[in-house]
Design a protein around this ligand. Structure first.
Ligand code: SAM
Length: 222
């Protein structure tokens, strides 16, 4: 019953606050057609990312975990015309679907999609001397979350906003005995956030069409 209400309320919010958008809707349809896993952010969450990027006035965004670029498109839309997103994706098929969606959205010129293990890509980016980012969205394999956070800090400057998705996991994150390595990955992520002086953060529990979960938001200290 509860899950049904969450879903209907999400629909209600979407109908009122998120105008029909052929590009975003077609992106989700293309991802379903290609049978990508159902891990895209929801429309209300995509809009939230878009608002965060605007609030930050970000010009350079790093995304870890592209899937079909649905979240990428939401964020890219909040960028100024000289803005840029670097997005990392392991699966070449996901990347192919993402490239097609970005091209249809006419955003390819602002997005650099790097295909491969995110940890390898990040190390390579460090070697290349890639500049710091203003906004970083961590949304890939959860067991590596703390490593992604460490890299996110590497690619930050004072004031960089870092968001992590799926940090509640139906409340499982309080279960220390959990045998789910995604839960343990998220728990390590909290431990690192707790002890890492360079970032100040909180996490917000959310319900909606994708169930009970939540996101972490933090800012790299000035
Ligand atoms: N941000 C996307 C959105 O909201 O539309 C959803 C991303 S989905 C939750 C996670 C993505 O991370 C998947 O496409 C998966 O293939 C990718 N991924 C998993 N492990 C990875 C790794 N080691 N390196 C890079 N990407 C990885």
């Amino acid at each position: 019953h509860q899950a049904k209400v969450w879903e209907e309320v999400d629909q209600y919010i979407t109908e009122h606050l998120i105008p029909h958008d052929p590009i975003l809707e077609r992106t989700l349809a293309a991802n379903r057609l290609a049978q990508l896993p159902l891990y895209d952010v929801t429309p209300t969450q995509g809009k939230l990312l878009n608002l965060f990027v605007q609030m930050k006035g970000a010009k350079r965004i790093l995304e870890i975990g592209t899937l079909g670029a649905y979240s990428t498109i939401w964020m890219a839309r909040a960028l100024p015309s000289d803005g840029k997103i670097v997005t990392l994706e392991l699966d070449p098929f996901h990347a192919q679907v993402a490239e097609a969606n970005l091209s249809f959205a006419q955003l390819s010129h602002m997005v650099e999609l790097r295909v491969g293990e995110a940890l390898q890509q990040l190390a390579q980016m460090a070697d290349e001397g890639v500049e710091a980012f203003d906004f970083i969205f961590i949304d890939a394999d959860k067991p590596n979350n703390s490593k992604y956070l460490q890299w996110a800090l590497h690619f930050s400057h004072p004031g960089t906003v870092i968001i992590g998705d799926n940090v509640i996991r139906d409340g499982e994150i309080i279960n220390e005995q959990s045998e789910d390595d995604r839960v343990q990955g998220v728990r390590q992520f909290y431990d690192l956030l707790a002890e890492e002086p360079r970032i100040t953060a909180t996490a917000i529990q959310t319900v909606g069409s994708k169930g009970y979960d939540g996101f972490m938001m933090g800012i790299v200290r000035y």
